[in-house]
Design a protein around this ligand. Structure first.
Ligand SMILES: *Cc1c(COP(=O)(O)O)cnc(C)c1O
Length: 389
C-alpha cells in the first residue's frame, strides 16, 4: 500500500489489529509505582515502564503517533510548550556556547535565553525577523552551537528558508532546533528539511480544546535523542496520564480541525485585507502577505492565526474593538476550537530590532465557528474602532 495520508495514519494507529479484544483507545492508567512479579526483573524495561515517570499507555501511544507524524526516531513529552523549547537548549548547550535566534521569538523562550541561559554563560545573538539566509548565517561564530528557528515568527509572521539554513548549519557543525507550533506537525516537516530537533506546544492545535498544557520534542538522530532523553531524566519532568490521553484524543481529529480553521482564516484574512481600517494583514497563506512566497514553497496549510496591523489607532481604539466583539474570547494561547483576540503592540517592545508598524497590532485566532458569523462580529468591532479613534 502506498504511504497513507496524515489523517488516515493518525486514525489507523488506533484501529491496528492483532492485539485481541480491546477498546479503541488506550486505558487511562494513573501510576507512580509499577509492580513486578520477579525481583530479578524489577528494572527490566522490556517488561514495561519501571516507574510512573517512564509514562503509561496513553503517553507511549502519543509519542509513537507524533514520531510518525514528524518523521522522527524518538519523541519526548514535557509539561508545556515552553518546556519543549527549553529542554533541548539545556541538553545541547554548555557554558561559553552561543545561540543564534530570531528577534521575533516566542516571548517566554526569549526570556529563558536572556535570563536563565545568560546567567549560565550562554549568550544569544538575535537576527531581525526578516533577515535573509546570508544575514542569519553571518551571525554564526566559532562558539555558535545552536540555531533556534521559529518560522513563521511570533506576532509578525516572517518566514525564513529553513531548509537552506539547516543544510548550512549542518555543514558548520551547528545544531538546528525549530519551534514548529504554528505548523502543528502538519503544514511543515522540519526534520524532512534537515532540522535536528522539532518541538511544538501540543497545548495549541494537538490538544485543540483549550484544556491542557503539554509540549513535544521530536528528533531525527540517536545522539540528539540520547542527550535530550538524559536531560529529561535529570530534570524529572513528567506529563499526567490524563493530559496525554486528552492530547492523543485531540491528535485523531487534528488534520480536520487544522484544515477547516485554515480555510476560515483565509476567508477572514481576505475580508480584512479589503477593510479601510486595516493597513496590512499578516497571514502567510494570503497572497501578498508577509511570508507568502516562502510559505508557498514549503508549506501545506497553516495555523488560523492572523496579525492585523491597523491604520493608526492606539490601545484605546484596540480595546474598544475588542470589547465590542461577542464571538472572540479575549485570551492568550490559540489552536483551540474557539476564536480569540489579543492586542499585541506592547509585546513588540522587547525586540532588539522592533518592526515598523503603521498602527496598532491585533492578533486573532479563528476557531470552528461559522466564518460568516465571525465576519459580522468583526464588522461591529471595526465600527467601535472607528468611533474610538
Ligand atoms: C504557545 C507557544 C509556546 C508555549 O506553549 P505553552 O504550552 O503555552 O507553554 C511555545 N511556542 C510557541 C510558538 C507558542 O505559540
Amino acid at each position: 500500500m502506498s504511504r497513507l495520508s496524515d489523517r488516515t495514519r493518525l486514525i489507523a494507529s488506533a484501529t491496528r489489529r492483532g492485539e485481541g479484544r480491546r477498546p479503541v483507545n488506550p486505558p487511562l492508567e494513573r501510576a507512580s509505582t509499577m509492580l513486578s512479579d520477579d525481583p530479578a526483573r524489577m528494572q527490566d524495561p522490556t517488561d514495561g515502564p519501571v516507574y510512573g515517570l517512564d509514562g503509561t499507555a496513553a503517553a507511549r501511544e502519543l509519542k509513537a503517533a507524533l514520531c510518525d507524524l514528524e518523521g522522527g526516531i524518538a519523541a519526548f513529552l514535557v509539561p508545556s510548550g515552553l518546556a519543549s523549547v527549553t529542554l533541548p537548549l539545556m541538553a545541547l548547550l554548555r557554558p561559553g556556547d552561543e545561540v543564534v535566534a530570531t528577534d521575533a521569538l516566542y516571548g517566554p523562550t526569549r526570556r529563558f535565553l536572556n535570563r536563565y541561559m545568560a546567567q549560565r554563560g550562554i549568550t544569544t545573538r538575535y537576527h531581525p525577523a526578516a533577515a535573509t539566509t546570508e544575514e542569519i548565517l553571518g551571525l554564526i561564530t566559532q562558539r555558535t552551537r545552536v540555531l533556534l528557528l521559529e518560522s513563521p515568527a511570533s506576532l509578525t509572521f516572517e518566514i525564513v528558508d529553513v531548509a537552506a539554513l539547516a543544510q548550512a548549519c549542518r555543514a558548520r557543525g551547528v545544531l538546528t532546533v525549530m519551534d514548529n507550533t504554528w505548523a502543528a506537525g502538519l503544514a511543515f516537516r522540519p526534520l524532512a528539511h534537515g532540522v535536528d530537533v522539532s518541538v511544538q506546544a501540543l497545548t495549541k492545535y494537538v490538544g485543540g480544546h483549550s484544556d491542557l498544557l503539554m509540549g513535544a520534542i521530536t528528533v531525527a538522530d540517536a545522539d540528539t535523542a540520547r542527550a535530550i532523553g538524559n536531560s529529561l531524566d535529570d530534570m524529572g519532568w513528567h506529563v499526567s496520564p490524563d493530559d496525554a490521553w486528552l492530547a492523543l484524543r485531540g491528535l485523531r481529529t487534528l488534520p480536520l480541525r487544522y484544515t477547516e480553521q485554515h480555510r476560515s482564516a483565509l476567508q477572514i484574512a481576505r475580508w480584512l485585507e479589503g477593510r479601510p481600517e486595516v493597513s496590512r494583514v499578516l497571514y502567510p497563506p494570503l497572497p501578498g502577505s508577509v511570508g507568502h512566497d516562502q510559505w508557498s514553497r514549503h508549506h501545506d496549510g497553516g495555523a488560523a492565526l492572523i496579525g492585523i496591523e491597523m491604520k493608526g489607532g492606539s490601545a484605546t481604539a484596540a480595546h474598544a474593538l475588542m470589547k465590542q466583539l461577542a464571538l472572540f474570547g479575549m485570551g492568550y494561547s490559540w489552536g483551540g476550537f474557539e476564536s480569540l483576540i489579543t492586542y499585541e503592540t506592547p509585546q513588540l517592545g522587547g525586540r532588539v530590532h522592533p518592526p515598523v508598524m503603521n498602527g496598532a497590532l491585533l492578533r486573532i485566532h479563528i476557531g470552528l465557528e461559522s466564518p460568516s458569523d465571525l465576519l459580522a462580529d468583526l464588522d461591529h468591532g471595526l465600527a467601535a474602532w472607528r468611533d474610538a479613534l
